[in-house]
Structures are given as C-alpha cells and as structure tokens.
Design a protein around this ligand. Structure first.
Ligand code: DGT
Ligand code: CA
Ligand code: CA
Length: 564
C-alpha cells in the first residue's frame, strides 16, 4: 500500500521533529495516531476520503489531501529544514529523550550516532549541565541496546515476509520450511533461513532470487542463495538439499547451534556420526529422510523446534519426558483487546465478530483506565456506558461470551486506577504499569497483586524489543508473589513486547505461576499475534494447564470467585 505508508512515514517524522522541538505531547500524538491508522488501513488512501476515516481528525485529513494533490506536506518541509539529517533517528536511542537530544545538539553539535558515541566516550556528554556520569552511563547503555536492536528484528515483523517467499516457492515444491531462529520462534531473528528439497534446484533458486521482495543478491550458487530483502534490510538464506537428506538438513539448519552440538556428542557416544546429510555408521547412511527418523535413530522422540536450545530437551526426549507443549488450537479466547472506547481502532462489535471467526469461546474487551490520558483511558461514566453496550451486544451475538475487562493502571503509590466497587463489577481485571517505570515498581506491582479483584499482571517486564529498557523491578520477586496469590502473569503477544519472554517464563513457571497469553491488540488485524505468544509459551515449556485462557470461561470464572 504505497501512499498509505509514504504518508505514515512523513507523519512519524513530523512527530519526531515536533518532539525534538519541545512541542506539546497532544500534537505529537495526533500525528503518531494518524500514522498508525494509515498503516493499518486496508484500503488505498488515494481511493477514499481521508476525512471519513476513524481516528483521522480534520487537520490530518487536510495534510493527507495536500500530499495526494501536491506530493508533499509543507509543514514537514518547514519543520525539517534546519534539523540535520539523521539527528532525529537518535530519538530511537533508549534513555535519550528529546530534551537531552536538543541539548547535545545545541551544546556539542552532535548530529548522528557516531558523534554521540564519541561524546559519551570522551566524557564531554557527562560534563554538560544537568548531565553527570550516571545519566551518561545510561545513555551509553541505550546506545548499546539501540545497536543490538538494529541488527536483529522482532520475529513478528519477519514472519509475514517469510510466509510470502515460502508460498511463492510452494508452487514448485512441497518440501519447504523455515529453519534457524525463525522456526524456533525466537523473539528476534538475525537473519532468515529457509530450507527446501527438490530435484529442480535451479528453478527453486532462480524463483527465490527473483522474488519481488529481493533488493540485493549476495550469493547464488548451485545449492544455496542469499539475498537482502526490501524490508529492514533483512538477509534471507535459502538452501536446497536432496530429498533423502531433508530431515537431517532440517535438524541441522534449525539449530540451535547448542542443540546441534549436543546431538553430535550423543551420536558420537553411540559410535555414529550426524551431519546435515544424515546419520552415518561408518560409511553407511542409516537415517536422514525425516526429522522423526533422525531423532528416533538416536533413541529420541521428535523435539518441537521451539525447545531446541539445549535447555534439557535432549535429556527429556531420551527419557520420554518431553512435555506436551501448548498449541495455538488450545487457546479458547483472547483476554486483552483494546476497543475504540480507549485507544483501539475497532468498535466492540467488530472485535467480537473477529474473535468469533477465530473460533474463540470468549473475548475480553480491556480498555485503558482513566489515568492513561494518552491512551484515552475511560472515566467511570464512560466505562459504565461501555459495559452497557457490551451487555446489549451480548443479546445480539451468540456463541461467544463477551467479557467486560479493563487494563487498569497501577498508580505511583501502588493503588489501582478504579475503586474496588468498580473492579468488582468487571469480568477480567488486568493490572499494568504504564508510568513511573523507575519508581518503586516492585512494591507497586506486589500491592496490585494483593488486590483480590486483580486477575492478571500485564507485560511484567515492560521492555520493548524496539529498544526500550524494561521497568526497574525485581521481576523474580514479583513473579513469585503473583504465583503464591494466584494472579496470572501475562505473556503479551504483541510483536514488540513478547513479555514475559521465554527465559522469564521458565523462571516464573519454576515458582508455580500461571499465565495468560494476550495479544494486547489495538485492531482486529493484531489478533493473529496470538501465535507469537504461543511461540513464546512453547519456548518456555508451557503446557495447556499452565495457561488460563485454554480453560473454559466457566472454569476461569469459578476460580476467580473462589479467590475473592
Ligand atoms: P540468528 O540468525 O542469529 O537469529 O540465529 P540462527 O539460529 O538462525 O543462526 P544462523 O542463521 O547463523 O544459522 C542457522 C542454523 O544453522 C543454526 O541455528 C544452526 C545451523 N548452523 C549454522 N552454523 C552452524 C555451525 O557452525 N555449527 C552447527 N552445529 N550448526 C550451525
Ligand atoms: Ca538465522
Ligand atoms: Ca543464516
């Protein structure tokens, strides 16, 4: 959708420039919101009336029209005329706010990332008024995070392009699969690996390197090719192997490296050799056609890719103790969805119908609470109006239970944003920290967990894959506390969050915690992020019984009653 994303990009840049020049947050957010709406729009903006789109105000609609007729937006040209190129990109460095950026630009003439790094390293940054060593160290940490984040991308962003490439190749061969970190559902991927098996290698490789998403061809040989696609400059490697080696190659190229190393050691202990071509006894190839075949030959059950990290899966498989990990089809409902009552884009009915078409038995509408002004949090009157609308809608729509939920802010003193008398009337209460990331977060979260009406703690670590550091919190202490008081921990499936992530899930599970996988969707398109959350849960060895939204609503409801 060319024009939609062109205009969205300009709106985001205007927002950046406004932020840099200290404009009020309200104006900045109008641009960010419009950018998001444009990106999520399914129609081509040049074919419809911008003024008629939900979430696009009059001012924004005029600017869209201006771009469609003149090819530019005057406001943008004015704003950026005296800001050096590349400077605003630094707004993405964690721990470096717009005010500080303005300061370092004016005082030290910093124009790009390497200027900034130099200023950190030679101490000139720390010497600025109001700065000091501590802040400078934090910015240095931010730079490291930023650089690391740049080189890996969230799996949720990589998946669509891989799916597209694979479906183009599926017209030629059925034996094709993602491999590497993508197949293991790691939260971020460095590059993308695809494996295919086919006689007609040339045709597969040729179709691959001429795919419309390919920007650069790095290498094209007889059995493999590497390209850069026109999306975050991501590298995609394709290997084509012989059909007889499919299973062995898939094990090898799925990794992880640590898993492979242990597999090799195991083979060796049985006087066998394993590589990407198969398992060998001396010169004789004794397995390799399928993955099951490879694992079985070493005395193991097939291991789901998400577990292949050398975290005990090989030992468990050898002794027949692999857990039966959760699958997407086990999920009976999504408990964390925002409607257009707060900052979502879709109305409740649209959401409910979308959830129903996914086969869900229940759907939790959870808008923001009143203190979240930026997210248009609901005051008590509006909340009551929304709940009445849900009651009415429920009489109209059968076959799915609509839950009156809320994502309630944990305030600076640890109290919740609504009184208990209001919380009591809700079907599902999510507690979440949205402000004061460095202020007593452990204490505040524990206090929220103590409230008998709280069902779940949202995105417990608070970090974003795009580079925001999480809360200053003792997460283990909170997880253990939540486990003891039967408050669920969220596995937030939104692609930039994936929070809890796999390692935190494993930790929380060791305390006996239970979990909810929620998408935090702000539009119905994001409901399918559930698969990312399920991927995280699988990497955390979770089974159906660990995850609350695999239960029937009646069971969840009973449990809530007992707890109170
Ligand atoms: P990434 O790309 O950083 O997100 O992580 P991976 O796991 O996709 O790593 P990548 O792309 O370097 O390699 C893909 C898979 O190929 C990896 O998971 C295991 C296998 N592999 C690659 N190089 C080696 C190696 O030197 N030894 C072994 N045993 N396996 C390797
Ligand atoms: Ca890879
Ligand atoms: Ca690779």
């Amino acid at each position: 959708m060319g024009k939609n994303s062109e205009i969205a990009d300009i709106f985001d840049k205007i927002a950046d420039a406004l932020e840099f020049s200290g404009e009020i947050i309200f104006k900045i957010n109008a641009y960010r919101k419009a950018a998001r709406v444009l990106r999520e729009l399914s129609e081509d903006i040049s074919k419809i009336n911008p003024a008629g789109i939900d979430g696009i105000g009059r001012g924004m609609a005029e600017k869209i029209q201006e771009y469609l007729t003149t090819g530019k937006i005057k406001k943008y040209d004015e704003l950026i005329s005296d800001i050096p190129e590349g400077l605003l990109e630094l707004l993405n460095v964690p721990n470096l706010g717009p005010k500080t950026l303005y300061l370092v630009y004016k005082q030290l003439g910093i124009k790009n990332l390497s200027d900034l790094e130099n200023a950190v390293n030679d101490g000139s940054l720390a010497e600025l008024p109001g700065m000091g060593d501590k802040k400078a160290t934090n910015i240095k940490k931010g730079i490291d995070l930023y650089k690391a984040g740049k080189s890996r991308i969230p799996i949720g962003l990589a998946l669509p392009i891989v799916t597209e490439i694979i479906s183009a190749l599926k017209t030629i061969t059925n034996k094709i699969s993602p491999a590497g970190s993508l197949r293991r559902m790691k939260e971020t991927v460095g590059d993308i690996d695809i494996l295919a098996a086919d006689e007609d290698r040339d045709r597969i490789l040729e179709t691959f390197v001429t795919h419309q998403s390919v920007k650069n061809i790095l290498l094209k040989g007889n059995t493999k090719a590497s390209v850069i696609v026109d999306f975050h400059n991501l590298q995609v490697d394709l290997r084509v192997v012989d059909k007889n080696c499919w299973g062995a190659a898939l094990v090898y190229f799925t990794g992880s490296k640590a898993h492979n190393v242990k597999m090799r050691g195991l083979a060796k202990s049985k006087s066998l050799k394993i590589n990407e071509y198969g398992i060998f006894r001396g010169e004789e190839r004794i397995a390799g056609k399928t993955e099951e075949d490879v694992y079985r030959t070493l005395g193991m059950e097939w291991i789901p890719p998400e577990l292949r990290e050398d975290r005990g899966e090989i030992e468990a498989s050898l002794t027949g103790k692999l857990p039966r990990i959760i699958e997407l089809v086990d999920i009976k409902g999504d408990l964390h969805i925002h409607s257009n009552y707060s900052d979502g884009t879709d109305d409740i009915k649209t959401i409910v119908l979308a959830a129903k078409s996914l086969g869900y038995e229940y759907v939790g509408i959870c808008d923001h609470s009143k203190t979240s002004r930026i997210a248009r949090g609901l005051d008590i009157e509006t909340l009551k109006k929304r709940n009445a609308e849900i009651d009415h809608l429920q009489t109209e729509i059968q076959g799915i239970k609509i839950l009156k939920g809320m994502e309630v802010d944990i305030l600076s003193d640890g109290s919740l944003d609504y009184p208990d008398t209001i919380l009591e009337q809700l079907d599902f209460v999510i507690a979440a920290v949205h402000q004061g990331f460095r202020k007593n977060v452990t204490y505040r979260m524990k206090k929220a967990i103590d409230n008998p009406f709280v069902d779940m703690l949202a995105h417990p670590s608070g970090r974003l894959l795009s580079g925001r550091e999480g809360y200053d919190v003792n997460l283990e202490e909170v997880m253990e506390y939540a486990a003891k008081r039967d408050v669920a921990l969220e596995i937030n499936a939104s692609y930039d969050r994936l929070d809890l992530n796999d390692t935190n899930i494993l930790k929380a599970k060791s305390f006996g915690a239970r979990f909810v996988i929620g998408t935090d969707a702000h539009n119905t398109g994001m409901l399918t992020d559930m698969r990312l959350g399920v991927g995280m849960a699988r990497r955390g060895w979770l089974t159906k019984k660990d995850i609350i939204n695999t239960d029937k609503w009646e069971d969840i409801h009973l449990r809530r009653r007992r707890k109170r």
